[in-house]
Design a protein around this ligand. Structure first.
Ligand SMILES: [Zn+2]
Length: 121
């Protein structure tokens, strides 16, 4: 079989998604994602908190319909808004954190030599 490629330089044609250590060229790279994890956690808390705030508004509206309405409105509001707000906040926070990881922090850790570097070369 004839080898068409034969030591051809691939990087111009194919985007190599495997990150390599700029220090030792190892592919044993581990993303640290500190900001992404932190952002997700903060986003979840912020989202849940704003969801609960909205739920309290629901409880106030419910008060107009009587105590039962307040309870149902409040509970449903906390559950729904808390979950939706938390998930939305977590997703937004993770996205923001991932952008910070990618652009600002040295997000990649080489497991062979311990060198840290950012995704962007
Ligand atoms: Zn390395």
């Amino acid at each position: 079989m004839h080898d068409m490629v034969h030591e051809h330089e691939w990087s111009g044609d194919i985007v190599d998604i495997t990150p390599r250590c700029p220090n030792c060229q190892s592919t044993r790279i581990e993303p640290r994602n500190y900001a992404q994890r932190l952002g997700g956690a903060i986003g979840a808390i912020a989202g849940s908190t704003s969801g609960i705030a909205l739920a309290l508004t629901g409880a106030e509206i419910g008060l107009l319909a009587g105590p039962v309405g307040a309870m149902l409105g409040g509970v449903a509001g906390v559950v729904i808004e808390g979950i939706v707000g938390g998930a939305t906040g977590c997703a937004a926070g993770s996205k923001l954190g991932a952008a910070i990881d990618k652009n600002i922090l040295h997000n990649q850790l080489c497991r062979d030599c311990g060198h840290t570097f950012s995704d962007r070369s």
